[in-house]
Design a protein around this ligand. Structure first.
Ligand code: ATP
Ligand code: MG
Length: 247
């Protein structure tokens, strides 16, 4: 495996909801081992791009390659099985089910906890998030927002991702919790997990990312090393308004 192996490549993606175009033309590349930030204003098309990449919505044009394979037409569960996993915006947990059941559902694409690998993942995510270990029997919907986001990430990890795409990590969370979660993601990335972090709160994502893409009106407005993007005044003014202030 070469150091710069491309894990995910999106080529010229267009995605429509009926007549409305949410993604006009997005191309991006994520190499194995990278942590990539995707930032941009409300309604820029970030979540739509993620849905197109992971197979929740079929793009109307363009290609999604995962590990070199054309996966454009594959449904989300087939992509998850190949290692392309997402933590959706708003978490989408099963609120009436326990923490443990939500985690087991995360391993569903691999047949649940039967697999030795899934049992190892279970132990690993509980070590990563001790709070969840204390709350295994608690209903997911009764937990705090931060705990629910931990569970959403942990559930994603249970699917055994090679690439984990996290859509709006910080949504509705206190800055202190966001900082903790960002540190967990940085740790996972150091351990080898490739991560795409989609965030409106640009400063947080840029602080740990290698590379960044700015989505503007359904297309990539700018891209480059995250330090360069963070220092670009155009990013602050044109794309992010006041949201780009440092954490
Ligand atoms: N299911 C849908 N049906 C119709 N239009 C949609 C649908 N989902 C999103 N859109 C539209 O597509 C555009 C892009 O939305 P999207 O959710 O991808 O943006 P976003 O960058 O993720 O925004 P945010 O930062 O608020 O999460 C918006 O104009 C939105 O109204
Ligand atoms: Mg979104």
């Amino acid at each position: 495996m070469s150091a710069c192996e491309t894990l995910l490549e999106i080529r010229g993606m267009e995605l429509r909801y009926g007549a409305a175009i949410a993604v006009r033309d997005i191309s991006l590349r994520v190499a194995r081992g990278q942590l990539v930030a995707v930032i941009g204003n409300n309604g820029a098309g970030k979540s739509s791009m993620v849905k197109g990449a992971t197979g929740l919505v079929r793009p109307s044009a363009g290609k999604v390659l995962f590990r070199g394979e054309d996966t454009t037409a594959l449904p989300a569960h087939s992509k998850a099985k190949r290692g392309l996993v997402m933590v959706p915006e708003g978490r989408r947990l099963f609120p009436d089910q326990t923490v443990e059941d939500n985690l087991i559902l995360g391993a569903y694409v691999h047949g649940g906890l039967k697999h030795e690998k899934a049992r190892a993942s279970f132990d690993r995510v509980l070590a990563l998030f001790p709070r969840l270990k204390e709350r295994l029997r608690q209903q997911a919907g009764s937990m705090s927002g931060g705990e629910q986001q931990m569970l959403a990430i942990a559930r994603g990890l249970m699917a055994g991702p090679e690439l984990l795409i996290i859509d709006e990590l910080s949504l509705g969370l206190a800055p202190r919790i966001v900082t903790q979660l960002i540190e967990v993601l940085a740790q996972l990335n150091r351990e080898g997990l490739t991560i795409v972090l989609v965030e409106q709160l640009a400063a947080h994502a840029l602080s740990i990312a290698d590379h960044a893409y700015v989505v503007d009106n359904g297309a990539i407005g700018l891209s480059g090393p995250s330090a360069e993007i963070a220092a670009n005044p155009q990013v602050m003014d044109a794309f992010l308004g006041k949201k780009a202030v440092a954490p």
